[in-house]
Design a protein around this ligand. Structure first.
Ligand SMILES: [Zn+2]
Length: 473
């Protein structure tokens, strides 16, 4: 059986009907659904790619909610019992019905999740991608969910999890019969007040954990329904935004094989740093779940607005150097999002990025099966990432990624300052290496000697443009 995601995997986010798009990137995996019809699924097979179907646990969608009273009942409710609409789908309204969050603790919405999962894997796919997997747990940031099903399930959870003193402090006389809504209303009886006081609401940490665990249980049920329908084990991926802690109960499920998500990238207007990105990848590594990442909608909106071409190349190199994968910037529709513009799209120039991915695939043996000997070293001050990776009984490699990208200004394009004669120290594990073959996507290979200075091993990279991989010999 092939590994879940190889280190050299070239993953696409959205599906395309034109096989040449995939060929240009030497793509191997269609990650975020995209194999929705038998014809599409066949195209991926013919390309030698693995592919997935996808569902989401966010909402039944405005049109379906409008038409189906049972689903209209199965939506996230605030403390007043009012349905809660998905804030970023404010423009998705069907004949007056908004896109309300579905409640993943309500049987009718759970049924829809499973039906959609079965349908998504009814064509020849390798796996299922699940978007917005936290469901009702994710809706807490919008003021839910206090529906009857959540309340009944939370009562059972709290009886096991909360102590007598906690119930007393929350003013609960009879844990067998308490209604959490009454407890909350005593402190905050509007949605706005709830959102303002979340942290201070009685029993809130238990409620949060209950929602997280219930969401994980829902994902497990969806995975089982899909595998029963497919009649085989499937790859199951989730969108675990930035691999943040709230997703870990889901990420840690045995059923979940990998993560396909946005990871916040450095170098745009956001205050994010390369170290933050490395830490997100590290959280996934610790969980034992490989990642196919893209940048956030805000990152991509910045790239589009500033015409930045080089910066995403750093993101790509950075991810692969960390042992993860950065999904091919979409040549037609890369999702962008800002507060002012909402959703919009960017067509990333394939001729700029495809060579990097072809380089990865052509040198798959420098990636596959390699593990970090130590966590990657990210120095914002030096503008440098170095990562030493090795595979037992095979060549070890040192990745060096130049993080110094000067944004463009009027009359001057963005620019990555090449680093000349860059000394890269090697760890003790490199002992015995004599030479290093320097590989880059944008230049022919060259060989340099490994040298010893003051008892330490090092090599010199004559010119680091964006990304050099030194294969030790
Ligand atoms: Zn609910």
């Amino acid at each position: 059986m092939s590994p879940v995601l190889r280190e050299s995997e070239v993953v696409f986010m959205y599906g395309h009907g034109d096989p040449d798009i995939y060929r240009a990137f030497a793509a191997t995996f269609q990650g975020w659904g995209g194999a929705a019809t038998p014809e599409r699924a066949r195209m991926f097979r013919e390309l030698g790619m693995r592919a997935t179907g996808s569902i989401w646990c966010l909402t039944a969608g405005a049109a379906r909610l409008h038409a189906d009273a049972a689903l209209r009942d199965a939506v996230v409710r605030d403390i007043r019992g009012e349905p809660v609409a998905v804030p970023w789908l404010a423009d998705h309204v069907h004949e007056g019905t908004p896109s309300w969050f579905g409640c993943t603790n309500h049987p009718a919405f759970r049924r829809l999740n499973r039906e959609q999962a079965r349908e998504a894997v009814s064509v020849d796919v390798d796996g299922l991608h699940i978007d917005d997997p936290r469901g009702s747990a994710g809706a807490m940031a919008s003021g839910g969910c206090f529906c009857d099903y959540c309340m009944a399930a939370f009562r059972e959870y709290a009886k096991r999890a909360a102590g007598e003193a906690e119930f007393r402090a929350a003013g609960v006389r009879d844990p067998e019969r308490f209604d959490y809504r009454e407890v909350v209303r005593a402190a905050a009886d509007t949605r706005e007040e709830c959102l303002r006081k979340w942290r201070d609401l009685p029993l809130i940490e238990h409620f949060r954990r209950f929602q997280d665990e219930a969401a994980a249980e829902n994902i497990r049920g969806i995975a089982r329904a899909a595998e029963e329908r497919a009649g085989r084990k499937l790859l199951i991926s989730v969108n675990a935004y930035n691999i943040e802690d709230g997703f870990l109960p889901i990420v840690n499920l045995d059923e979940v094989t990998h993560i396909v998500c946005e990871v916040r990238q450095a170098g745009t207007a956001e205050p994010d740093s390369f170290r933050d990105t490395a830490e997100a990848y590290e959280r996934a590594r610790r969980a034992g779940k490989p990642v196919a990442a893209t940048a956030t909608g805000e990152n991509w909106a910045w790239v589009k607005k500033h015409g930045a071409i080089e910066l995403p190349k750093i993101w790509i190199a950075f991810a692969y150097a960390c042992g993860q994968r950065f999904m091919a910037p979409d040549p037609e529709r890369q999702w962008c999002h800002t507060h002012e513009l909402g959703t919009h799209w960017y067509a990333a120039p394939a001729e700029q990025y495809a060579p990097m991915y072809r380089f990865v695939r052509a040198n798959a043996d420098l990636f596959d099966g390699c593990a970090a000997v130590a966590p990657p070293r990210v120095s914002e001050e030096d503008g440098l990432l170095t990562a030493f990776r090795a595979r037992p009984g095979a060549q070890a490699v040192m990745h060096a990624v130049n993080l110094r990208c000067e944004p463009g200004a009027p009359g001057r394009p963005e620019r990555i300052q090449p680093r000349r004669n860059l000394e890269v120290p090697l760890p003790p594990e490199a002992e015995g290496a004599q030479r290093a073959r320097l590989m880059s996507f944008d230049a022919p290979p060259e060989t340099v000697r490994v040298r010893r200075t003051g008892g330490r091993l090092a090599l010199d990279i004559p010119e680091l443009r964006i990304w050099t991989i030194a294969a030790l010999e």
